[in-house]
Unconditional design. Sequence first.
Length: 165
Amino acid sequence: MKYFSYLAIMVLLISVAGLCYLQRPDGQAWLTSDEITRQSSDTLARAVKVISETSQKVVESMTADSSSEAIVIYKWQDKQGQWHYSDRPNPDGKSQQMLLDPNDITVVAAEDTAILKGSAKTTNMALTGTASRVYDPVVIKKLFEDAEQVKSALEQRTKALEAAQ
């Protein structure tokens, strides 16, 4: 199989090279390097043109999707007092029709609450410790103090559970 592949590739190369040396009836070669470069540059220019047109169409379609038309939505409250929003009215009762303008929607980044700020800082500080801080005596002392606090909290809960039984 290897020999056959080698033979087929060599025949192909010889036939292409032969086209460069064999002459047509008018005296010119069947295939010239100028013709190859001209055809390849034409093909490349067409490919670039197609890609640029396609990318422009994609950009236009993406910008056209973000239309500034107001969207009609419906709002209603169920028997439990829960509010519902939909693009179709409530099939079981009355709905309030509202207009939603996409240009008026502003997305604000979430902020940490006051409760989570302290725990987030301590968690990040513990997770981002470097290798040199792992053996830091202050960090080890804090680790033991935290472990003692957890141990005492667990003992208190165990006593409370035993007292409840």
